[in-house]
Ligand binder design. Structure first.
Ligand SMILES: [Zn+2]
Length: 435
């Protein structure tokens, strides 16, 4: 198929006016000027589709989402973090299997309509992965682990290994599509013990499965780890009246920050893809450690704001050399799943932290939502840019302002789900806006 449009932003090279993308067998064969691509022998006689004045982007990468929690939201008003996560647990316990499935499918469809084709999905159950396979969405689906207390870790890990085998079987049943990977995720440093983190990281390292972990999300998490104080510490003490938290989580804290804590429990291994989620509380030395460890961070500015977790050190991170992605998180902590709104929220933080070069900021932030985001999910060999050989995932936007001025700035300013006219997944039209 030969797709033509007014402008294409490949993200691994400069914008192309009067552009064409040649697609075969789900992959990009060539990208360039319309006349040049149409003249290729491979373009001879193929089906053509003209998108007029539309702008083509790589399918967007939502680096952090929980599809299964779509029905929990949308959350519009701020809520403080710890009561929120307790509410989430209570909500989860009231869901039937059909509820989970419907919630995940709704999140998948909403993502496609927003131009998103690739997800960093956290699997509480398996429905997020099933939805990705059913809808043809790409991404890394991280199987989540909670727990790890000494008395129960053996049976918890046995159960987790069973879930991993089931997820592998589901992936195989779905034909093991390119652009879909399994990963593992110890949930957080306050819901997974040190031995739990070590066990899950070890499995990921041995099986070459990418890792993801919520980390440095809230000031409460830092207080819990460092000093054993704050609402998380209080809750863990009261939740287990038999005294077991003292066995599992040290009463006076660990005297260490989140990054040092997970490093001490074996989360990082050189060359292994590890994604840390949120990072609002990261310090400069922690950012340097993450850079040295080759870890990536997915920023979720609107979720952080709604849960009153603070803003990440965005300017420092952008300058640090750490690979960054952008995520909406679930509708349980966001007003919508629109990555363009997320881009604007991130830009506002970056500006408030002193970044003034609008053109450079727009170009870099769009990279977080495409190529750099794909790298954070260990999928940049398949996705994230309009590059020959990669999967043909394309988002088409009706955005006339992008044709006149700087296209990246136009997208940062005016991009929106409502402007997505078509989303293409592996060369197949997966979403088209009603005219
Ligand atoms: Zn999350």
């Amino acid at each position: 198929m030969l797709l033509t449009m007014a402008l294409a932003l490949p993200m691994d090279g400069p914008p192309i006016r009067d552009a064409a993308i040649l697609v075969a067998a789900g992959r990009i064969v060539a990208v360039g000027g319309r006349a040049e691509i149409a003249a290729l022998p491979e373009a001879h006689g193929v089906e053509r589709r003209d998108f007029g004045r539309a702008v083509a982007l790589p399918g967007l990468v939502n680096g952090h989402i929980h599809l299964e929690f779509t029905a929990l939201g949308p959350l519009r008003a701020p809520e403080s973090f710890h009561p929120w996560i307790r509410g989430l647990v209570a909500w989860s316990q009231g869901q039937t299997e059909d509820d989970w499935r419907a919630s995940a499918v709704a999140g998948g469809r909403t993502s496609l309509a927003a131009g998103v084709t690739c997800l960093g999905e956290i699997l509480t159950r398996s429905y997020g992965l099933a939805t990705m396979l059913d809808l043809g969405l790409h991404g890394t689906a991280y199987l989540e682990f909670l727990g790890g207390r000494r008395a129960t870790i053996g049976e918890e890990l046995a159960r987790f290994d069973g879930r991993l085998a089931d997820a592998r079987a589901l992936l195989a049943e779905g034909g093991d599509p390119p652009g879909v990977r399994l990963g593992l995720s110890p949930h957080t440093p306050y819901s997974v013990t040190g031995p739990g983190i070590r066990a899950i990281a070890g499995r990921a390292h041995d099986a070459a499965l990418p890792l993801a972990m919520h980390l440095a999300e809230s000031p409460d998490e830092v207080a819990f780890l460092h000093d054993g104080t704050g609402v998380i510490a209080d809750f863990l003490r009261t939740a287990e009246p038999d005294g077991s938290p003292r066995e599992t989580f040290r009463a006076g804290g660990y005297g260490i920050g989140p990054v040092g804590h997970v490093a001490a429990h074996g989360l990082f291994r050189a060359g292994h893809p590890t994604l840390l989620i949120h990072g609002t509380q990261l310090t400069d030395p922690e950012i340097a450690t993450l850079r040295d460890e080759g870890a990536a961070i997915v920023l979720c500015p609107r979720s952080n704001a709604l849960l009153r977790c603070g803003a990440a050190p965005v300017a420092a991170l952008l300058a640090s050399g750490v690979t960054l992605a952008l995520g909406t998180d679930s509708l349980g902590s966001n007003a919508d799943l629109d990555l363009f709104n997320e881009l604007r929220a991130l830009a506002a933080i970056a500006r408030a932290q002193g970044l003034t070069d609008e053109a450079a900021l727009a170009r870099r932030l769009l990279a977080l939502a495409t190529l750099e985001g794909a790298r954070a999910l260990a999928l940049d060999d398949q996705l994230g840019s309009l590059t020959p050989g990669k999967l043909a995932d394309v988002a088409l936007l009706d955005l006339p302002a992008a044709l006149d001025g700087d296209p990246y700035e136009a997208i940062l300013d005016e991009g929106a789900t409502a402007r997505v006219c078509c989303t293409i997944l592996g060369g197949r039209v997966a979403y088209e806006a009603a005219l």
